[in-house]
Every structure is written in structure tokens, then in C-alpha cells.
Design a binder for this molecule. Structure first.
Ligand SMILES: [Zn+2]
Ligand SMILES: [Zn+2]
Length: 268
């Protein structure tokens, strides 16, 4: 299976270590057709963008870079889930201007209301060695992520079950119903077999991304491809896949208004 895009990349606008241009140049070196700059939402403690207006700044740069480099540069946000009700930290007016919307659970986030930082996020950070706390937090995390999937126009959720445990079956079911993909994140080495298995069980789509914070890892998707091959995931179930030998009249359709495209079945 070949992948044509990496839709999860950070720059120095959040906690990445390079400029958008350096990340885009790296995507070109990898031979990608598309790359998306997806910096962290503003309520990430020490890792978020200054404010949601920054995404507009990144968009201006992306338009310039799309002309300079032979790669389509999209702009998205990796929004934080900031409440148990699944609210995210990117406002609707900004979402409407983005090409890609990701949401993820992160253990370094300021909640709204603020006290959920203490009652929800903090126990995830310090209570995981206590079994009942861990189980309670898993329930809470699942509820928040499922609500985020249902209530926001997400393209995909990032690194499900990383650090903040969730019930992957519940999450996959919600993703399948909402048309939201689940990410195989190649930037974090945790048990991603469970993510693939849950997605396949419930019919949710998958997407493979690097979560690169440095140019050297942009488009480094090989461990994700290995997983797709291991579970014989067909390309039509993977948002950023391209069949190895597409027949004429089939393949990748670019999305309208800059949205991710989709794969169409071969026309026989
Ligand atoms: Zn993340
Ligand atoms: Zn990320």
C-alpha cells in the first residue's frame, strides 16, 4: 500500500521545531502529494498555538508554499478535547476555514470549565497506577472523545488510546457512525494494533500520519503501512491511501474546497 499524504504535522507555531516551509520541503523530499500543517489547539499547556487566529497566519503561508513547492499544502488543527462534553478549543469560524480538523485527547490541556482540569485531566496524569482511578478515567475519556466525534466535523481523531486510555470499541463505533477516521500514529510507539482491530471491527476508516515535530520524520509512515499490511486493510478503508496499481478512471478524487479527497472504487 502506498500513502500519498501526511495530514498531521506540527511547526514552531505550536510545539514543532521547524517552520512550515521546512516541513513542506521535507514532504517534497519524501515524495508526498499532500501535507497538512496541523498545529495544536490554543488550550494545550505550553504546546498550543498562541490563539486560534494563528491558523489564518499559517493559511497565508500555506498558500504561498503550495505555489513554491510541488506539493499541496493543507492547513488543519489538532484540536484539544477540553471538556467531558466533547467541546474542542478551535472556534467554528476558524474550523470553517480549515482543510482538516483533528481532535485528540492530550493530558496537558486547560479545560473549560477549569475545574475539569483537576477532576479529569489531573487524575489521568497522576492516578493511573490506581486501578479504580484508571478505570474511572477510561470511562470519562471515552465519553469525552465520543462526544467530540459526534459534535464536531472531524476528519479524524489523533492517536486514540495514547496516554489517555479509551474504550476503542466505543470510539470506533462513534467514528464509523460520524464518518470520522481513526489515526494510526507513527510518531508514538504504543499499541496501535488495537486501534486497527477496533476500526476494522466497527467499520471506521483509518488514516496514517507521522505527527512529525521535526522535518526528518515528515512522511515517515512505514510502521503504519506495516500495520495496514499485517491486517490486510484494503486501501478504500484508508483516507490517505493510494492503491499500488490504480486502474484508469479510478483512484484519488481531490476533495471539494480543500477537504481531503476520497478514494473511489475502480471502474471495471
Ligand atoms: Zn496529539
Ligand atoms: Zn500531534
Amino acid at each position: 500500500m502506498q500513502l500519498f499524504a501526511d495530514w498531521h504535522v506540527h511547526t514552531h507555531y505550536s510545539d514543532g521545531h521547524a517552520t512550515p516551509e521546512e516541513m513542506v520541503a521535507a514532504a517534497v523530499r519524501r515524495g508526498l502529494t499532500e501535507v497538512a500543517i496541523t498545529d495544536h489547539g490554543p488550550r494545550g499547556m505550553f504546546i498550543g498555538v498562541r490563539n486560534a487566529g494563528v491558523y489564518r497566519e499559517i493559511k497565508e503561508q500555506a498558500a504561498r508554499l503550495s505555489e513554491l513547492y510541488p506539493v499541496r499544502v493543507l492547513v488543519g488543527a489538532e484540536a484539544n478535547v477540553i471538556s467531558l462534553r466533547g467541546e474542542i478549543d478551535v472556534p467554528e469560524a476558524v474550523i470553517n476555514e480549515l482543510d482538516i480538523l483533528i481532535a485528540g485527547l492530550h493530558p496537558q490541556v486547560w479545560c473549560r470549565p477549569w475545574w475539569e482540569t483537576l477532576t479529569w485531566i489531573l487524575p489521568n496524569r497522576i492516578g493511573k497506577t490506581i486501578r479504580w482511578v484508571r478505570e474511572k478515567m477510561r470511562e470519562a475519556n471515552t465519553m469525552a472523545l465520543v462526544a467530540a466525534v459526534r459534535n464536531n466535523p472531524l476528519t479524524f481523531i489523533s492517536h486514540p488510546d495514547l496516554v489517555m486510555d479509551v474504550d476503542l470499541d466505543e470510539v470506533a463505533r462513534a467514528c464509523a457512525a460520524a464518518g470520522c477516521a481513526m489515526e494510526i500514529n507513527t510518531g508514538h510507539h504504543y499499541n496501535r494494533d488495537n486501534v486497527v482491530q477496533a476500526a476494522l471491527r466497527w467499520g471506521a476508516k483509518l488514516v496514517v500520519n507521522s505527527d512529525a515535530h521535526f522535518p526528518s520524520t515528515v512522511g515517515e509512515l512505514s510502521t503504519g503501512i506495516q500495520l495496514l499490511d499485517k491486517y490486510r486493510v484494503p486501501p478504500e478503508k484508508v483516507l490517505n491511501a493510494r492503491p499500488v496499481e490504480p486502474k484508469s478512471g479510478s483512484g484519488y478524487l481531490p476533495g471539494a474546497a480543500g477537504l481531503p479527497g476520497r478514494l473511489v472504487p475502480p471502474v471495471s
